[in-house]
Design a protein. Structure first.
Ligand SMILES: Nc1ncnc2c1ncn2[C@@H]1O[C@H](COP(=O)(O)OP(=O)(O)OP(=O)(O)O)[C@@H](O)[C@H]1O
Ligand SMILES: [Mg+2]
Length: 511
């Protein structure tokens, strides 16, 4: 029997799968739907944006990093939105859906941090980020200020303001996303943060903001698996790290990590491969197959005479990073202490003036038993000698008797030196260690990712300040690699020698 138009309207266009429903049920201010590829994340985000489209003054925006990536999301919205709201219209020029009520859903990109300003003065009730780990913290957090409701003079309806994200692990934002959503609690648990702001009279007002992480798995997306049973097989074929990230939603292993070899705990797999049977505790005691170790007392024995260095990367709005290093008689480096100018927010600087920073550095060097009375060799970011804005930062430092020589800022050779330092010899001894307590280094080094623009380099939009001070230090005491990196076999898709075969017998015969 033919359906009436009304019955036709009752068709189910889309219904959430159980995990999507869990994500869409959450009432926290921020929720992130993340984990494995193909979990139905982008669909959930697109549908979530529709929740308030019956309110005329509702405004939503969905972000992807680049416009090309956004077009995938827009294409899917063409299917879902026009089925759900046949009268809704998409405006290509404005990248905007207009719904019969007057509500609008925009699509936006933020390829560069400066693109944030495109959203200045705008406001949105709902803000969604697809592939959140492609964004930096600055880009994401800027949008908090754009997330506010508006009243309409002719409407009594009120909108609800909130933010949603969806993502796979990996990408430049992997570090802050992991710290904000994944590390603090088990998936599905509300993470509450109390923030204090001051009213104009200076009275503190405390605000609690909640957020939550919902773990997606490709197995949650039955629709996809039914439609494309081969998809699991395609994921299984990926290289190990990428597979763990994309199939299992593992946040600890991902492609693009720059210092994969850094070990905060003994690497038992490598140790076993080299025939070591010791426990992790024993390896830590022996300082083998590990970089982070218990501090050595530098006031006793021969360690009293080790050379001390200070490495420094300037920062104001971003953290500054100052580290002290000891060099033993074999030339091994120890990162012994650090002073890192960061607020509780990742990559946000304390905004201490150079004066404040060097006063504090000088105080530590006067008072700390490992540093007191020592001659300290300083090495720093060469840009601190810049005099274009008056007194250089290096001159300010000198006033506090904190002296530096300019660090070698050749980036790629510098990073190679960092890699050489981390290499383990066949017994599991590296040529640098980090004392427990150097928390900024231990936290940020595993987060460093390759640059997509300059493949050999590290992505500079991340929290790379401890990495930079470490690089200046390594360049001050350069070393040779332990062994040449394993040579990969040349694999030409069109092997030039094959191309010549048969065509130039004289040349091939002469080989
Ligand atoms: N509730 C649903 N009903 C029907 N199909 C769905 C549903 N959720 C997702 N799908 C389909 O599954 C496929 C994958 O979903 P989606 O693109 O949302 O996954 P994803 O987690 O964003 O994947 P990726 O990690 O690749 O970005 C899409 O083609 C989508 O149409
Ligand atoms: Mg997606």
């Amino acid at each position: 029997m033919k359906k009436t138009p009304d019955e036709e309207d009752q068709r189910v266009i889309w219904s959430p799968q159980p995990k999507q429903a869990e994500f869409m049920r959450r009432t926290e201010y921020e929720a992130l739907y993340g984990g494995a590829a193909g979990g139905g994340k982008s669909d959930a985000l697109l549908i979530e944006a529709l929740r308030q489209v019956d309110i005329p003054h509702y405004r939503a925006i969905l972000f992807r990093k680049t416009y090309e990536q956004l077009s995938e999301l827009i294409d899917r919205s063409q299917t879902l939105y026009s089925l759900a709201f046949p009268k809704a219209k998409y405006n290509d020029g404005k990248h905007m859906w207009r719904f019969p009520s007057g509500a609008k859903i925009f699509f936006g990109n933020m390829q560069y941090a400066k693109d944030r300003t495109n959203y200045q003065g705008k406001r949105y009730d709902f803000i969604g980020f697809d592939e959140l780990t492609h964004f930096t913290w600055e880009e994401y957090s800027y949008m908090f200020s754009r997330n506010r409701p508006s009243r309409h003079p002719r409407s009594s309806k009120k909108t609800i303001c909130y933010m949603r994200g969806a993502t796979n692990p990996g990408g430049v934002g992997h570090g802050w996303v992991k710290e904000r959503f994944i590390a603090p609690a088990e998936p599905g648990t509300t993470i509450s943060e109390e923030l204090t702001i001051r009213d104009p009279d200076g009275k503190p007002i405390s605000i609690v903001r909640d957020r939550v992480f919902i773990q997606a798995s490709v197995f949650d997306n039955k629709a996809l698996l039914d439609e494309d049973p081969e998809y699991l097989g395609s994921l299984a074929l990926l290289p190990e790290k990428e597979r763990k990230a994309l199939l299992e939603g593992d946040w600890d292993s991902y492609e693009g990590q720059y210092f994969k070899e850094f070990r905060a705990a003994p690497d038992l797999n490598a140790a076993r491969e080299h025939g070591c049977t010791e426990s992790a505790e024993e390896l830590l005691r022996q300082r083998r197959w590990v970089h982070v170790i218990d501090p050595i007392d530098l006031t006793h024995g021969e360690a009293r005479n080790w050379t001390i260095y200070r490495s420094y990367d300037f920062g104001y709005a971003r953290p500054f990073s100052c580290a002290w290093w000891a060099v033993d008689f074999d030339g091994t480096l120890y990162r012994i202490l650090e002073m890192y100018g960061c607020t509780k927010v990742p990559n946000e600087g304390l905004k201490w003036t150079p004066e404040q920073q060097f006063k504090e550095i000088a105080r530590v060097e006067r008072e700390h038993p490992w540093l007191r009375g020592k001659e300290i060799l300083g090495v720093a970011d060469p840009s601190i000698w810049d005099k274009s804005r008056g007194e250089s930062i290096a001159e300010t430092a000198a006033k506090w008797r904190v002296y530096f020589t300019p660090g070698d800022n050749e980036r790629i050779p510098g990073w190679m030196q960092c890699h050489y330092r981390l290499q383990f010899d066949e017994h599991g001894f590296p040529r640098m260690y980090v004392f427990k307590g150097c928390d900024a280094f231990i936290r940020t080094i595993p987060l460093m990712m390759y640059s997509t623009a300059k493949p050999e380099d590290l992505d500079t939009t991340q929290e790379d300040h401890a990495a930079d001070d470490w690089r200046y230090m390594c360049m001050a005491r350069p070393i040779a690699p332990l062994r040449p990196p394993a040579q990969k076999e040349l694999q030409f898709i069109n092997d030039p020698l094959n191309q010549l075969k048969g065509r130039n017998d004289r040349w091939t015969n002469s080989r």
